[in-house]
Design a protein around this ligand. Structure first.
Ligand SMILES: NC(=O)c1ccc[n+]([C@@H]2O[C@H](COP(=O)([O-])OP(=O)(O)OC[C@H]3O[C@@H](n4cnc5c(N)ncnc54)[C@H](O)[C@@H]3O)[C@@H](O)[C@H]2O)c1
Length: 259
């Protein structure tokens, strides 16, 4: 199947300086058709217009506003893109789930409302996307799923977010491993990206030079990550050649956490 006849779903694609933006552009350049999803409607429509200018011949892009914590909204987005008499996009073959929120609140001050929201977006959102995409991939006998954890899941903090985020991102690791085991026999690989600090706005706004330098001090390659560093790895994990890479905790952190 030519890659333009396959769709990759990218969540969290609406952010102006986020990893999802870099992934969407990278996959468009690789020839994928794209379903871009974000709770930020304006952002995701902007991204779809941008990426639309870069698509390969025969590829399409659709941007949909969707809260990944809502089973109904996620199901509706997939129905709109992939079902009906004339589906808007070719079958889903890839998923890069990047929608996420931080939680810098110290453990002893975390309210149940914050805990629930952090778990809902980061962990439950991952589950809903895996189920919605995974059902279609299993039926087709082929698929590539990339979930997004964090070095915070391994270290318990140390950059910006703290325990609630660490717990939610650790749940993503367990989900990725379980999904890799259960969906692998059906031709679907599932891996977890584990970024170190990346130069986006998720850590309380744009990182200034002083914060970047401080964070870089704990990173052997001597710099924080850029969204393109993650896009490169996501593109590889979605590729045909990555079929034997399954269930990994794929660190992209400059060597910050070696395991
Ligand atoms: N930047 C980092 O340092 C870093 C490090 C480790 C992991 N991560 C993870 O990488 C992913 C991308 O982060 P980023 O740095 O690009 O952040 P970002 O804030 O730029 O992007 C996150 C995107 O998720 C979207 N989103 C939030 N809640 C949503 C919801 N309920 N439904 C749909 N979309 C929603 C936001 O609108 C935003 O566009 C996140 O999962 C984040 O936790 C980031």
């Amino acid at each position: 199947m030519p890659v333009s006849g396959r769709t990759a779903v990218v969540t969290g694609a609406g952010s102006e300086r986020g990893i999802g933006r870099a992934v969407a552009h990278r996959l468009a350049r690789d020839g994928w058709s794209l379903l871009l999803v974000d709770v930020d409607d304006d952002g995701v429509q902007r991204r779809a217009r941008e990426v639309g200018a870069e698509l390969a011949d025969g590829a399409s892009v659709v941007g949909l506003a969707c809260d990944v914590t809502s089973p109904d909204a996620v199901a509706a987005a997939f129905r709109e893109a992939f079902e009906g008499e004339s589906p808007r996009l070719p079958p889903v073959v890839g998923l890069v789930n990047l929608a996420g929120i931080p939680s810098p609140t110290p453990l002893l001050d975390v309210t149940l409302a914050e805990w629930d929201r952090v778990m809902a977006v980061n962990a439950t959102g991952s589950l809903l996307l895996v189920q919605e995409a995974g059902r279609r991939m299993v039926a087709a006998g082929h698929g590539r799923i990339v979930l997004t954890s964090s070095v915070t899941a391994l270290d318990g903090g140390g950059t910006f977010s703290k325990s609630a985020y660490a717990a939610a991102k650790a749940a993503v690791l367990g989900l990725a491993r379980g999904a890799a085991r259960e969906l692998g026999p059906h031709g679907v690989t599932v891996n977890a990206l584990v970024p170190g600090p990346v130069d986006t706005d998720i850590m309380g706004g744009a990182l200034d030079d002083e914060r970047k330098a401080r964070m870089a001090g704990g990173i052997p390659v001597g710099r924080v990550g850029q969204p393109a560093d993650l896009a490169e790895v996501a593109a590889f994990l979605l590729s045909d050649g990555a079929g034997f890479v399954n269930g990994t905790t794929f660190s992209v952190d400059g060597g910050m956490h070696m395991h």
